[in-house]
Design a protein around this ligand. Structure first.
Ligand SMILES: Cc1cc2nc3c(=O)[nH]c(=O)nc-3n(C[C@H](O)[C@H](O)[C@H](O)COP(=O)(O)OP(=O)(O)OC[C@H]3O[C@@H](n4cnc5c(N)ncnc54)[C@H](O)[C@@H]3O)c2cc1C
Length: 598
């Protein structure tokens, strides 16, 4: 159950996929050099290997508990102390501006750190992840006074953040939100309603909890156009900005869950005793727009959770496969039993896991690099373009990485045989924990709808075409590489791109005219797009690994990268033409049965 942070692979991605050497030439990113990144990653790897990873299994066995008499949620043993260590070392502020006490590092670096924290302890990592989302929303939509009062405490991690969207009748469909906000005389609002499934809605790790809450003000228009965003602190602030009296927002129940058991999932009641005092964030009725900023950050963060969980499951499976001795080798039947890693099918599973994790990681670094350019490039046109690329990639990072974490964690159990089904081995926990990733922050279907509508149809495929043009440059360079692995990856990429172009054309043609067919194709389109975009990163990785090897760098590591990219081409990219067939020809059968026929 040990975890070793894949610092070498992260550094490879920082250099060759996120292009950190050019990012650290941008304004405000001068501190984000490769050397600094190496030092930060090594330090954070140590923290996670020594502190948070060891609390993962015990947290699963001893979940957070609500004391019904006091309303206090006690987190799993060791969590509070680990959180104190985490914030004292300044890890919460890694990517946030120095003006608020953060360290101002590139998102590419903080993403690598987020992956580590999530690999080590998914339940623990959720608290900082939601705080990051609250910081992002306040930076974009909060007033100067609100930013000054709340951001330094959130950036330090002394106070944590939550996201309060979901209600019993409003899950994927936020237009159904009913929580009410009533304007009070002193400029505050009073909130009344119930929110469910609120991650870290109540806990004992931070001094205050800053709830970001979606609610409807009086006379708000119906649907999503009438939703506003409010900041509701657990403890109201004194005029000096210190933690003051208790606000009327309370956790009344914690859910019992399949996984992430240490993370408290709370039912929150607002306004049972006169109204929860809240501040309007930004303008009235623009709440969903602001929440989307927070959701883009949180969805990217959940995508990293998928990579993280896949990595941890892969490490467990690899370690077990190297130790477990069973059956003779097929190419040496007269020899003794061998470690199961020798069997081709176990190798196939391990290679599949590796290829999925490494490709999803590379995709996340490509997105993080785009985010950094979008936020720091001096040229406004470049910023705009990179922001569009980042936004296009967010549903891919979320959808693909979290879906692959299901397959990878399931394979990790399979590699363990019967031992995988036994809780004490630890891999069963990864399998259980993984399931939430395709559900929260928008299910996979909601990511697919986002990709189809907002990211593809709205600009008539402009960003997709832009990425295809950039991909063509990479493929032309790859075609000059004479190795059989490069030839194979090139050929499979050409076929996968053809498949993607076919699917893109279909989606653009049918999105409005035949929405049932277009939406039936949503998740396959998300997977096909992700496979191609991740395949592109694998092509860049293969060429970079070859160049590093030619320069005499770490032969074993770079050869394994080339072999993993080759496997990706032969076993994952080959699925793309099949997905295109389902997208283009499969819609009728999806919609064939009427609701009554199921
Ligand atoms: C452990 C946990 C932690 C959570 N943390 C938070 C949190 O911190 N804050 C918060 O606000 N919420 C949180 N959630 C809520 C989570 O975001 C929702 O559960 C999720 O958005 C899905 O909503 P739902 O459960 O109502 O499912 P539903 O919306 O009822 O969906 C059920 C099924 O229908 C599908 N579906 C629904 N609409 C569509 C559509 N338009 N197109 C295609 N398919 C569709 C879905 O994909 C899904 O398969 C959490 C949930 C859990 C379980």
């Amino acid at each position: 159950m040990n975890y070793v942070a894949p610092v070498k692979d992260m550094m490879f991605n920082l250099k060759h996929i996120a292009h950190l050497e050019s990012l650290c030439e941008l304004p405000d990113l001068q501190d984000s050099s490769l050397e600094t990144a190496q030092a930060v990653l090594e330090e954070f790897a140590r923290f996670n290997q020594e502190v948070t990873a060891g609390l993962n299994w015990s947290g699963d066995q001893t979940p957070s508990k609500l004391d019904p008499n006091t309303g206090v949620v006690h987190t799993s043993p060791g969590f509070k102390a680990a959180y104190t260590q985490f914030i004292h070392a300044g890890w919460q502020g890694l990517e946030h501006p120095q003006a608020y006490g953060g360290q101002g590092f590139a998102k590419s670096i903080s993403s690598a750190c987020a992956e580590m924290l999530n690999s080590a302890n998914l339940s623990f990592a959720l608290c900082p992840l939601l705080t990051d989302g609250a910081i992002e929303a306040l930076r974009v939509a909060g007033s100067a006074q609100m930013q000054a009062r709340f951001l330094p405490h959130l950036v330090s991690g002394q106070w944590s953040g939550t996201m309060n969207l979901t209600e019993p009748q409003a899950g994927s469909d936020l237009s159904l939100i009913q929580t009410r906000a009533q304007e009070a005389e002193d400029g505050h609002y009073l909130l009344f309603g119930t929110k469910i499934y609120i991650t870290y809605g109540e806990h004992d790790m931070s001094e205050n909890i800053v709830h970001m809450v979606l609610a409807r003000a009086k006379d708000a228009p119906p649907g999503v156009k009438g939703i506003s965003l409010f900041l509701v602190p657990k403890f109201k602030l004194t005029p000096e900005g210190q933690v003051g009296e208790r606000n009327d927002v309370h956790c009344v129940q914690l859910e019992h869950k399949l996984g992430i058991k240490a993370s408290p999932t709370a039912v929150m009641k607002f306004g049972e005793h006169g109204g929860a005092q809240g501040l309007l964030v930004g303008e009235l009725n623009r709440g969903l727009e602001y929440m989307f900023i927070m959701m883009n950050a949180a969805r990217f963060g959940v995508g990293l959770q998928g990579v993280a969980l896949g990595e941890r499951a892969y490490q467990a499976a690899r370690n077990y496969a190297l130790e477990r001795v069973q059956s003779r080798a097929v190419d040496n039947p007269s020899g003794g039993a061998v470690a199961i890693v020798q069997h081709p099918d176990v190798k196939r599973m391990l290679m599949t896991m590796r290829a999925y994790v490494q490709s999803a990681r590379a995709l996340s670094f490509a997105a993080a690099g785009a985010y950094d350019r979008a936020h720091h490039h001096p040229d406004a046109a470049v910023r705009l373009q990179e922001q569009a690329i980042y936004e296009f990639m967010v549903p891919l990072v979320k959808g693909f990485s979290t879906e692959m974490s299901q397959w990878v964690s399931s394979m990790a159990v399979q590699v363990h045989g019967g031992m995988g089904f036994i809780e004490e081995t630890g891999v069963a926990q990864y399998y259980r924990d993984a399931k939430i990733l395709t559900i929260y922050e928008g299910t996979t279907a909601i990511q697919a709808n986002d990709l189809l509508g907002r990211k593809t149809w709205k600009d008539r495929g402009r960003v997709a075409q832009l990425l295809l043009a950039q991909m063509a440059v990479t493929l032309s360079a790859l075609s000059a590489n004479p190795t059989p692995q490069a030839k194979s990856l090139h050929q499979r990429m050409v076929e996968a791109i053809e498949a993607f172009e076919l699917a893109l054309d279909f989606v653009l043609k049918h999105f409005q005219a035949k929405p049932l067919l277009a939406y039936a194709a949503g998740v396959p389109f998300l997977m096909l797009t992700s496979q191609v975009m991740a395949g592109w990163q694998m092509a860049k990785s293969m060429m970079a690994a070859q160049a590093e090897m030619d320069a005499g760098q770490d032969r074993a590591f770079h050869q394994a990268k080339i072999d993993t990219a080759h496997f990706y081409a032969q076993h994952i990219l080959t699925q793309s033409p099949g997905l295109a067939q389902s997208i283009v020809f499969g819609g009728e059968s999806v919609n064939a049965l009427s609701a009554e026929s199921f």
